[in-house]
Design a protein around this ligand. Structure first.
Ligand code: ADP
Ligand code: MG
Length: 374
């Protein structure tokens, strides 16, 4: 049955009836792209006092784009990695900012869909929303602290060895090839479309070169080779809550977690921040970006070039993080500038042109590199 033909909140409520997670109310949460996500108010609190949960219902297609297939075994990868990340206590702190992941309670299976049950983090919004509408608490200093905490967390996760002693998790991640098999081919279409929209930016560049360069930027492998990565570390998958003294960042949406060139986690995160900065002129986005760049130690020049090329490639997805701005000559110039920057980053990263990169916002990537000249 198609998702829109049934009352999903009621359907999920009945699915949970005889479990510890029986809910008095289930309501849809908007903002996700792949799954149908819901929050439920529990009829009876859990032993630890928890009163509400997040429910992710996965079907064999993306909720936002139903023509794109989405294999159900991604849920297993999400469940196993979330359990492992909690067990290994992959958390980070910087000043008053803390980063962690939600606890995973379990997955219920039915023939054509899976229902994941997890902790609801006390979030008020995603980092994407916050960057678009910065509230008073996100001062420039706090934005930098958010970036530092994120950079530290990502580095810690990348080097956590969460999968090392867990063959079931390692197998699930090895089989989770959604990013490689479904997302990357779609990226070609996105890049090619923008080359058609802005032909003057790609004058004299043959279509086959654009394709080859996109492939190369995605496939560039640094010295660590195929490593553990989140897989979709974008600004929509970071939830944020803050009170007068503390900020909590939650890293969610682990279904693309797999093995692959690790630079894509930084690539997708930085691309989102740059898109917001360039198209919405949001100063706090630059602060977050700066914090990330100064807290994620890049170990070699080679890694830094891979990250630069990956940021360029992911920047072509700017409409995912910034709605296209209302058309006006200055907005069109902003978008053109962004697409040109994306193409240049991809090219200069692949050409290992450090001189050019040193004059961009990504220059700090090279600062901590061994033997690097300031
Ligand atoms: N553990 C959680 N705590 C709080 N909110 C969450 C949690 N998980 C998901 N959400 C909310 O649900 C939305 C969609 O969830 P997500 O896991 O990103 O699904 P999708 O795979 O569809 O993108 C998020 O943007 C966030 O607002
Ligand atoms: Mg998401």
């Amino acid at each position: 049955m198609a998702a829109q033909e049934i009352n999903l909140p009621l359907y999920i409520q009945s699915w949970l009836l005889d479990t510890d997670y029986s809910c008095a109310v289930v309501e849809q949460v908007y903002g996700g792209s792949v799954n149908l996500t819901f929050r439920g108010d529990l009829k009876h609190p859990l032993k630890d006092g928890t009163r509400s949960i997040i429910l992710k219902e996965s079907r064999g297609f993306m909720a936002a784009v139903q023509t794109i297939a989405c294999p159900l075994h991604r849920c297993l990868a999400e469940e196993l990695i979330l359990r492992s990340v909690s067990k290994e206590q992959v958390v980070s702190f910087h000043e008053n900012v803390r980063v962690r992941t939600p606890r995973h309670y379990g997955t219920l299976l039915r023939d054509d869909s899976h229902l994941q049950i997890m902790e609801e983090l006390p979030s008020t919004r995603t980092l994407k929303d916050l960057l678009h509408y910065p509230e008073t608490w996100l001062s420039a200093q706090q934005a930098t602290a958010v970036g530092h905490a994120l950079g530290k967390w990502l580095f810690k996760f990348h080097h956590s060895g969460c999968d090392r002693y867990d063959p079931v998790l390692a197998k699930a991640l090895g089989e989770n090839s959604w990013l490689r098999d479904d997302m990357f081919p779609m990226m070609h279409t996105v890049v090619e479309q923008q080359a058609q929209d802005f032909p003057h930016l790609f004058k004299g560049v043959e279509a086959k070169i654009i394709r080859a360069r996109t492939d190369a930027a995605f496939m560039m492998v640094e010295e660590d080779g195929m490593a553990l990565r989140h897989g979709d570390m974008n600004i929509s998958n970071i939830v944020v809550s803050a009170d007068s003294s503390d900020v909590l960042l939650g890293i969610i949406d682990w279904e693309a977690c797999d093995y692959g060139p690790r630079q894509h986690d930084l690539g997708v995160l930085l691309a989102g921040l740059i898109s917001v900065e360039r198209l919405c002129h949001t100063e706090v986005a630059v602060r977050v970006l700066d914090g990330v760049l100064h807290s994620y130690p890049v170990r070699s020049e080679d890694s830094a070039f891979c990250i630069v090329a990956a940021v360029g490639a992911w920047l072509f997805l700017w409409p995912w993080w910034c709605s296209p701005p209302p058309s006006s000559p200055s907005k069109t110039r902003d978008v053109e500038g962004l697409v040109k920057f994306a193409w240049n980053l991809m090219t200069k990263g692949l050409e290992r042109d450090r001189c050019w990169i040193n004059n961009t916002i990504l220059a700090p990537l090279f600062e901590g590199v061994e033997g690097s000249e300031k």
